[in-house]
Design a protein around this ligand. Structure first.
Ligand code: 6PG
Length: 479
């Protein structure tokens, strides 16, 4: 019997997606460039697993029902192009090719356009949730050729994670590279969430001097409230794992964070599109700074490390750290959704922000209760400029800001770096400032470069220049 779908690439994600598809009643042909990987994968499977091994691309494509559906799970980059080139001669117009890897959205945009010319339906599908998600239910962000989505929608809705209301965390995102773009934003937000949690942990550990068990209990307690999320939950778990000698496992882990690059893509895209994505960018920089381990050790000896200061009231400071974490998280998601809004305009995508928040409620790494609040805000107003314009989030920010300031000030006084918590607070103060000192910058630019400026008391479209080093006369300048 012909297979419903093929999975090309049996790495961690590919083989778990294949098993998930088969567990949901689909017949799945599988292929891996290294045949022994395919052999090892199927060796342990029962005869009725629904998984069909294939050992050539011809065998893979011949095994499929028509129109063919081929799901690629390969490392982002040139590899994906090479795989597509090798499959093209074996595919027919109307077939569906899906890239489920973490591809860069501009690559997906290019592939989608190129394959459309050949009559091949191309989908760039963001998949989040790691190995566990792939096996048991990921969050799925499909984009690309809208005509193809009805052909495969049921496959992916069945394997997707289900939110508490039973809805699959799999919804159409948009044309072209939109699915991979939203996955990229997810990863940027993931970096921000992880950095915020790490800063809160250090404030408790090095600022308040709390033992790991007390910190783990604190994160576990926070996980019952507005901060409930997968990342907060795993943090509480991580802080309870000890070595045989009773020492905390995480204390033995080298404090140098890796990054495959998706967070960096997000920050670079924000700079290119003019979005003040300050928190996520700081989270990327924090990983880069952490990688300078030898220099940090040398400078700690030369410049002296932290100078912990006692918190007047530990319980109050704990609440302040909680509030800072929550408020900064609101800022991070504010910035992430601002970036998606900017991209939607630039690429003519009709992004549904409530939908995107709903897709992230389960299965993905940033899954949290918080996403229900975001979905509700965009359901109240689909044209919401940004989260702080919604009363729920405006009230949450106002209510948290006193503690937020206390926690950041405590970190500053203690010599504890809080790049994400601090950047978020500066963004908050800047975003709600009717007047910023950018007028002085405009005057400086006009002083040395005659770059002109607008005046608040005259028509906006008129630009002006002052002869600052001459007679200080102001003259109108037409573009
Ligand atoms: C997910 C994750 C995943 C990511 C890894 C490594 O949504 O399942 O975001 O896609 O690639 O977690 O990410 P970094 O190496 O960039 O931290």
């Amino acid at each position: 019997m012909p297979s419903d779908i093929a999975v090309y690439g049996l790495g961690v994600m590919g083989r778990n997606i294949a098993l998930n598809l088969a567990n949901h009643g689909m017949t799945v042909s599988v292929y891996n460039r290294t045949a022994s990987t395919t052999e090892a994968f199927v060796a342990d499977l029962p005869a009725d697993s629904g998984i069909m091994p294939t050992y050539s691309l011809g065998e893979l494509c011949d095994s499929l029902a028509r129109p063919r559906v081929v799901f690629l799970m390969a490392t982002a980059g040139r590899v994906v192009d090479l795989i597509i080139e090798s499959l093209l001669p074996l595919l027919d117009a109307g077939d569906v090719l899906i890239d489920g890897g973490n591809s860069y959205f501009k690559d997906t945009q290019r592939r989608w356009q190129s394959l459309a010319d050949k009559g091949i339906h191309y989908l760039g599908m963001g998949i989040s949730g790691g190995e566990e998600g792939a096996r048991r239910g990921p969050s799925i962000m499909p984009g690309g050729d809208a005509a193809a989505w009805p052909l495969v929608r049921e496959h992916f809705e069945r394997i997707a994670a289900k939110a508490d209301d039973g809805q699959p965390c799999c919804r159409w995102i948009g044309e072209g590279g939109a699915g991979h773009y939203v996955k990229m934003i997810h990863n940027g937000i993931e970096y921000g969430d992880m950095q915020l949690i790490a800063e809160a942990w250090q404030l408790m550990r090095d600022g308040l001097g709390m033992p790991a068990t007390a910190i783990a209990d604190t994160f576990a307690a926070w996980n019952d409230g507005v901060l409930r999320s997968y990342l907060i939950g795993i943090t509480a778990d991580i802080l309870r794992v000890t070595d045989a000698d009773g020492s905390l496992r995480v204390d033995h882990i080298l404090d140098s964070a890796g990054q495959k690059g998706t967070g960096r893509w997000t920050a670079v895209d924000a700079l290119e599109t003019g979005v003040p994505l300050t928190l996520i960018a700081e989270a990327v920089y924090a990983r880069m700074l952490s990688s300078l381990k030898e220099e940090r050790v040398a400078l700690a000896a030369r410049l002296g490390g932290r100078q912990p200061v006692a918190a007047a009231d530990q319980a109050a400071m704990l609440q302040a750290i909680h509030d800072a974490l929550y408020a900064a998280k609101i800022v991070s998601y504010t910035q992430g959704f601002l970036q998606m809004r900017t991209a939607a305009a630039a690429y003519d995508w009709q992004l549904d922000y409530a939908n995107i928040a709903l897709v992230w409620r389960a299965g993905c790494i940033i899954r949290s209760r918080f996403l229900d609040d975001i979905a509700q805000a965009y359901e109240r107003d689909a044209t919401l400029p940004a989260l702080p314009f919604d009363d729920f989030f405006a009230d949450a920010l106002r209510g948290a800001q006193a503690g937020w300031r206390e926690a950041v000030a405590f970190g500053i006084r203690s010599g504890i770096p809080t790049p994400a918590l601090s950047a978020a607070l500066s963004f908050y103060d800047g975003y709600r400032s009717a007047d910023l000192p950018a007028n002085l910058i405009q005057a400086q630019r006009d002083y040395f470069g005659a770059h002109t400026y607008q005046r608040t008391d005259r028509a906006a479209q008129q630009h002006w220049h002052t002869r600052w080093t001459d007679d200080r006369q102001e003259v109108a300048v037409d573009d």
